[in-house]
Design a protein. Sequence first.
Length: 181
Amino acid sequence: MAEEGRLVMDERAVRRAIERMAREILDRNGGAEDLVLIGIQRRGVELASLLAAEIQKAEGVELPRGSLDITLYRDDLSTIGPRPVIGETHIPDIDGRNVVIVDDVCYTGRTVRAALDELSDFGRPARIYLCALVDRGGRELPIQPDFVGRHVQVGPGETVAVLVPEIDGRLAVELRKVKRE
């Protein structure tokens, strides 16, 4: 049985947040023109798909989407082990376009720093926005999301779990106790 935590956002709340963030992205960008959505593996890819569906509903435009696996760009790669699992990176043309990096949780900022490093290997966007379903605070780097679904206070010994149907069988956000080994 999967570990369960304290529910912070149920499916309806997540979908409302996605709808709102899609509108905010369109407002900030002045429409869907020149927009590209890039999801950070794993759950950011699924969230980018949900955002793309909302934008398509609103604008009638299917946005180019990509996926980014930041594993080899992490600053803590040596702590992962000798054989890190590498996911897919697929980046459409981003030169001169407005890129929205989509992540599930924004915490220290290190994942986003790695994503920016990797993205620069694929081209030079006109603008990069950051969209996170959950901002839990606790930055170690001066990186802030432009679009946030919800700010969540996380206590000591807790972590945020974003659940998506493709991986977890449901759409939700939970606070979970960190397991000590």
